[in-house]
Write a protein that binds this ligand. Sequence first.
Ligand SMILES: NC(=O)c1ccc[n+]([C@@H]2O[C@H](COP(=O)([O-])OP(=O)(O)OC[C@H]3O[C@@H](n4cnc5c(N)ncnc54)[C@H](OP(=O)(O)O)[C@@H]3O)[C@@H](O)[C@H]2O)c1
Length: 261
Amino acid sequence: MKTGLVTGAASGLGFEFSNLLAQDSFDLVLVDVDEPKLMAVKQKIQDTYQVKVYPIICDLKQPGCIDLIYEQIKDRNIDVLINNAGFGLYGFFSETAWELEESMIYMHILTMTHLTKLILKDMIKMKSGKILNVCSVAAFQPGPLMAVYYATKAYILSFSEALANEVKGTGVTVTVLCPGQTKTNFQKTTAKNSKEKLSRAGFLSPADPVKVALYGYNDMLSGYTKSVPGLINKFLVLVSRITPNRFSVPLIRKIQVQIRK
Ligand SMILES: NC(=O)c1ccc[n+]([C@@H]2O[C@H](COP(=O)([O-])OP(=O)(O)OC[C@H]3O[C@@H](n4cnc5c(N)ncnc54)[C@H](OP(=O)(O)O)[C@@H]3O)[C@@H](O)[C@H]2O)c1
């Protein structure tokens, strides 16, 4: 039996990835900070699929959390690692809460990098394994009013693409999924973390998390490096690749300002 590990598995995309792995008969190690929600997910998956689910309740913004997770999984082969946990924060950097930004940098960058290092070493020894890092279209340009979020996602994109190249020929692949706005709890959490009242960005309706997760999951199974679900997101990525930042950054600011109610 193969095993998949998903962070932020109790809701949104993480929950969908967990279902996809279970459908493919993977046993699951599911990590989340929310104990009741994670235990409900464990029950739901076990009731639906013939797989084992090992929940790990863990706050991924706490120092030492990765050692704690690795201690619990080190005797088990992890065949798929999905670094998915993440959250948003909106507002001018001079006004947002440092504690949240520190947590975001810790979770999106340090935790993700550390867990990847430990599990990648084991995967290389096994000569097989798949890693999927959940990033965002936000990774492709700086984002005023979500400056730290965009910057952490740029790190995830750069790190993942570099790693995908390093592991060529080892039997391991690294894929980076870059979704646009998706209908999960992400917007609610971002609004809760922010001082301002937020609506969703006016002109785009959020994508279905089931479809976004399936797109990224399939690209991970195919071993593609970059996965951008949806034609509009592909177009946005292309535009941000060819547009100088002096034009794109003011435009992103205009779009971000619209998110305010
Ligand atoms: N939804 C979008 O529009 C969108 C777009 C682009 C990229 N993304 C990325 O997609 C990923 C998944 O987000 P989502 O949209 O599925 O949002 P979500 O529904 O809020 O799911 C995030 C999950 O991560 C968990 N989590 C948050 N902080 C944690 C911590 N400190 N320790 C452990 N688990 C923690 C959350 O638990 P709680 O519920 O307890 O907080 C939640 O279960 C994120 O990396 C996000 O940046 C989302």
